[in-house]
Write a protein that binds this ligand. Structure first.
Ligand SMILES: *[C@@H]1O[C@H](CO)[C@@H](O)[C@H](O)[C@H]1NC(C)=O
Ligand SMILES: *[C@@H]1O[C@H](CO)[C@@H](O)[C@H](O)[C@H]1NC(C)=O
Ligand SMILES: *[C@@H]1O[C@H](CO)[C@@H](O)[C@H](O)[C@H]1NC(C)=O
Length: 390
């Protein structure tokens, strides 16, 4: 305050002595700046989109940075099913058949034969849901349980039949059925990312910063759908813990994963599993060897950091999205490896990567799905491991 910035002479009262001519020149130069600023202010005032303050104070840990990383994971990566897999979002591995099930943008659930040789990684059209299959989980009767963003929770079985299990709860339809897993006892845990926005408008849900997500269960024996938790921030990937104590789900726009106890003394309670993630989490998968793989769609760039903090910045981005398209700053997407307690172990990512939606370790390879690329990316992480950074 004691040292105010110098103010341009045309804008101060103390500069009344300046000549008329000087003032007009000043206005002349300001004109091209003022018009868009005034227009932007008007559009801002008129637009009814009303982003909320997000509860960032709830984030408990300092930003999570694991000791080991591979920050150039595209070097040495291979591309599986190029051209045959548009937006392969989730990757469910069936070790008996040696295939990965993945849901694509065109509605197909495809089967990808896992093979050391890329040439033998054959892609087969399996079942088309007619919607947009996102999360997938293997059922107990050779079926695949599908969180279909458009249709709801589905049962896709070998003979090509797709059965709707549920698409609403508590009088509210699902708008983005997103993540799913099946417990050993057959109970299905899944998420609806938003009851307000559909998948093509998901960015509006993130920008609005309100909690439209739910975590739910479906009991195949009674056909009952239960809302376990509501008011979640873009509820996304789901995984049941290997000992069946709890189910973990990701909340993308709050960059955290929570655990919900499904058995035992703590049944029904919810706790933070991991938060302050270095990126926006999508699916979480268990590798059968004591680790979870959390896909991070993009790092939290400084501009996203600001946007999450300040609703008016999200509003400006929303207005840009509406009229001109928002700037795309997504980068450093990848996968975070964490142990059963949620302790981060390693981070695989690449500056060039964005919208990575799933990571699954099969043999030597880390396979990555995305909602963007027309292939699955895989990397031999025995050959290209994450290493301890100096
Ligand atoms: C894979 O297929 C391509 C084209 O058919 C062929 O040129 C290449 O030699 C094959 N690679 C291997 C390792 O079999
Ligand atoms: C899915 O459908 C198959 C074939 O009808 C059936 O055997 C299986 O029990 C169903 N799964 C669920 C969870 O409803
Ligand atoms: C992965 O790389 C390791 C080390 O280079 C190699 O021994 C192994 O055969 C590779 N795995 C596959 C499936 O290609």
């Amino acid at each position: 305050m004691s040292n105010p910035n110098p103010v341009p002479s045309t804008m101060t009262n103390t500069s009344k002595a300046t000549t008329h001519q000087k003032r007009s020149w000043g206005l002349f130069f300001l004109f091209p700046v003022l018009v868009p600023v005034i227009a932007a202010i008007l559009v801002y005032q008129l637009d009814s989109f009303d982003p909320a303050v997000m509860p960032l104070h709830e984030l408990t840990q300092t930003p999570v940075i694991p000791l080991m990383s591979n920050d150039h994971m595209l070097q040495g990566a291979e591309y599986v099913g190029v051209g045959n897999l548009q937006g392969p979002e989730d990757l469910a591995y069936d070790s008996k058949l040696g295939v990965i099930y993945t849901g694509c943008e065109d509605g197909w659930i495809k089967r990808v034969k896992v093979s050391d040789s890329l040439n033998d990684s054959v892609v087969e059209n399996w079942i088309n849901t007619g919607g947009r299959p996102l999360g997938l989980a293997l059922g107990h009767h050779n079926e695949v349980i599908v969180a279909d963003a458009v249709k709801g929770l589905l049962n896709a079985s070998g003979d090509g039949v797709v059965e709707l299990l549920t698409d609403e709860a508590g009088g509210q339809k699902f708008k983005i059925t997103d993540g799913v897993d099946v417990a050993d006892d057959g109970m299905i845990y899944f998420t609806d990312a938003s009851y307000k926005y559909s998948l093509k408008d998901y960015i509006w849900d993130i920008l609005e910063g309100k909690a439209h997500g739910r975590f739910l269960s479906f009991d195949p024996a009674t056909k009952e759908t239960k809302v376990l938790l509501r008011d979640l921030y873009f509820a996304n990937g789901v995984v049941v813990s290997p000992h069946q104590h709890h189910a973990i789900f990701c909340e993308t726009s709050m960059r955290r994963c929570k655990k919900y106890y499904i058995h035992g003394k703590k049944k029904g309670q919810v706790e933070i599993f991991i938060d302050n993630l270095p990126g926006l989490p999508d699916n979480i998968l268990y590798d059968g060897q004591g680790y979870y793989w959390i896909a991070l769609a993009t790092e939290v760039t400084p501009s996203w950091e600001l946007a999450f903090k300040y609703p008016f910045i999200r509003k400006i981005v929303a207005i840009m999205e509406k009229y001109t398209g928002r700037p795309h700053t997504e980068r450093n997407g990848g996968v975070l490896l964490v142990d059963l307690e949620g302790k981060p172990i390693a981070h695989y990512y690449d500056f060039q990567l964005s919208l990575v939606s799933s990571g699954n370790k099969i043999g030597d390879h880390l396979y990555c799905g995305s909602i963007y690329y027309p292939y699955i990316i895989r990397l031999n992480i025995t050959q290209h491991p994450a290493i301890t950074q100096p």
